[in-house]
Design a protein around this ligand. Structure first.
Ligand code: SF4
Length: 109
């Protein structure tokens, strides 16, 4: 498994956003920190574990929180941003709204 650089991770996140019709959080310093977290997780676990969540110990156990996580679509639709606020809905970003803390849908049923 080859290591990823933050630049490679940024390319990944940019492609995810483009594919899903989302935008990256325009707060550059904040987004940089999440990109860094994703990169660290890739190099530690071998997959893009969400930078805002802890590993449950295996790829299978973490499958729902590998970026883009299983909850991101619903969170972006409902709140305008994913749990980490890496990805935003374009309209939310255009309004200049600030992401807020939202419940982790992983534990909300
Ligand atoms: S909340 Fe989901 S989509 Fe957002 S950074 Fe974490 S894994 Fe990726």
């Amino acid at each position: 498994m080859s290591e990823k650089s933050p630049e490679q991770t940024r390319t990944f996140a940019t492609m995810v956003a483009a594919k899903q019709g989302w935008v990256l959080n325009p707060d550059a310093a904040f987004t940089d920190s999440l990109i860094e977290g994703l990169t660290v997780n890739w190099n530690r676990y071998g997959y893009y574990l969400c930078p805002c969540r802890d590993s449950d110990g295996s790829r299978a156990a973490d499958a729902d929180v590998i970026c883009p996580c299983a909850y991101s679509w619903k969170d972006i639709e409902t709140h305008g941003h994913c749990f980490c606020a890496l990805y935003l809905a374009p309209a939310f970003a255009q309004r200049g709204e600030q992401p807020s803390g939202i419940p982790d849908r992983r534990y909300v049923h």
